[in-house]
Write a protein of this length. Structure first.
Length: 182
């Protein structure tokens, strides 16, 4: 009987200790760097991060967001930034880039151009500004831009035009960036 009681107590203790690994939507928090975006959960991790690590990561997407909220793929860049900063990585050691192509290029329009296209404000404007403020490099595929008739002057301030998404990814990889698949 004592054995069962001891085993039950150990099981309950283990469940209590590990329960924080199962996060619900309310336990995801934004920040510490990009407030309002990039929500992430605290997890008990087995892969221990070296606080001196340097992350050079490029994200690539052609998936356009909805007209009513920010593009979730762009928000994932903020999540990567926030969760690593929250776990002890210096913001200066988090070097991120975002390469956009296809119809997702419309998510990079400045507000005036987005209003002409969709009749409403660009829901990505604030997020793009915060990413650029935190030195995230954002490139639009020039081939996609030409196809969809997006010109440089219509882009959100700080978004850069690349010859192509393929070119941007190749150059960033030559600079030591790894591709993070969505």
């Amino acid at each position: 009987m004592k054995y069962i009681t001891l085993m039950t107590a150990l099981l309950i203790t283990e469940l209590l200790i590990s329960s924080h690994c199962f996060a619900n939507a309310d336990s995801f928090k934004d920040g510490p760097i990009i407030k309002g975006y990039g929500k992430h959960a605290t997890v008990k991790q087995d892969l221990i991060l070296n606080n001196d690590a340097v992350f050079k990561v490029v994200f690539d997407t052609s998936e356009q967001g909805s007209e009513d909220k920010e593009n979730g793929r762009i928000n994932s860049v903020a999540r990567f930034f926030n969760m690593h900063a929250a776990n002890g990585i210096l913001p200066a050691n988090i070097q991120l880039a975002l390469v956009i192509h296809g119809k997702a290029g419309f998510d990079l329009l400045n507000n005036e151009s987005y209003q002409r296209q969709y009749g409403k404000n660009n829901p990505n404007n604030e997020l793009l500004s915060l990413l650029i403020k935190n030195k995230v490099r954002i490139y639009l595929c020039g081939q996609s831009a030409a196809y969809y008739e997006i010109v440089n002057k219509n882009l959100h301030q700080g978004v850069q035009m690349a010859l192509s998404a393929m070119t941007a990814n190749a150059v960033l990889q030559q600079e030591g960036y790894s591709l993070n698949p969505f």
